[in-house]
Ligand binder design. Sequence first.
Ligand SMILES: Cc1ncc(COP(=O)(O)O)c(C=O)c1O
Length: 468
Amino acid sequence: MARTSSLQNVSPIKYVSRSGSSRLMIESVSAEEIVKRTGSPVFAYSAEALSQRVKRFQEAFAPLHPQICYAVKACGNVHILRHLGAAGCWMDVVSGGELERTFLAGIPTERVVFAGVGKQEHEIRAALHGRHSLVWDALDGASKKMCAQRGPVHAFNVESEQELDVIATEAARLKVVARCHLRVNPDVDAKTHKYITTGTNRNKFGVSIDQAGRIFRAWRGKKWIRLCGLHTHIGSMIESPRPYVRCVQEVMKAVGHIERQGTRIESLDLGGGFGIDYSSGQSVALEEHAKALIPLLRERAEAGTRIAFEPGRWIVAEAGVLLVRVLYTKRTGRAHFAVVDAGMNALVRPALYGAFHFIWPARVQAGQGPRSLNEPEHVRGCMPQSVVGPICESGDFLALERMLPRLKRNDVLAVFHTGAYGMSMSNTYNDQPKPSEVLIRGKQIITIRTRDQVIDLMRGDLAASALM
Ligand SMILES: Cc1ncc(COP(=O)(O)O)c(C=O)c1O
């Protein structure tokens, strides 16, 4: 089976050797230049890499005319959403907050699907009238003009019958028909980390395949609800096509059952979860997933069923790099540490899932450039060092005992494949401001999120004390 390979020579993120050293370039800008201009920590994304990923996804699933509903949770920066929207993506949101981000990005509401297991009434209302209700007052005039959205979202991906009741009540109040897809849980184990497995009957998501037929029967012909599609998502970081194949087989059984009862399934949304290659050989190539799924779905697609996917990680992970600065190096007992200016606050994946991210200095001597951006290295002159953050937890690490060139104070390190679930899962624990974000386009460094100031962390406290 073909594995993903790091196509370093064609990637917009790569090491380039010049006059005795090898430097990390993001498009035409060096990582060191980005830190010099913007400070650190900073998430840097390549616009070109984002566009390439969207195109590759579209091409892999082309026979299905796939609708890519990018999972905003992976990286929700408004400017990234705007870029992906322009590349042809629809958006998959799971909260009123993410919905507002798509409004701000100027994504037409009819290109947004609203998923999420705990939708609240005010979020459902915002999705039905497709208008800012949560952040409108805080917007300046120009933003208001740019994102004057109208009309309901394309569909709700509904997680329970009670939720259908609430959507129906709100839709009737607003006199808007709510298009709905029922999320079914096929009881398929995606064989991934237990925190990101979502498709077994022990998980909180969706309804069982057995319940789906009854729910479609009960909701047929309702005035304000149009239940006309199925949705599923079995997990994240899925490394084999097999669970997807089983999932689609189960979903197609439900489709047959529902259609025999007289409701046509117009939409099949098969979720996201496609894995990427964080370290060598973990994951099969997207094209392998496509090869396995296309034969199961081609006939439906040709008959006009909308086939949607919700990739998040696969689109953005490899397009982003977290750049950090070494504050101190030290040795305690037998262990060597590099303390950097961001840890589990900026990138929680290593602490939360034990996740691997390839790390390498932004500038190394010639001969120390890495062979790929996802393989543990065995380069001459390396020694085991742990890269740890400033947070007061022993779980605050980016890498443990990793072979790296000897690090020193003020070195810039690149933490690779951090475009997904990096910034979006970052937090301000220990009152550490969140990193800034930049989008690199050729030679341009475009700031797309300024660094939080310490005062930003205390605004809520100060506003409350003013009331006392
Ligand atoms: C419903 C749903 N769709 C899509 C995704 C995106 O998953 P991934 O980033 O692994 O593609 C998630 C992730 O949690 C999800 O819950």
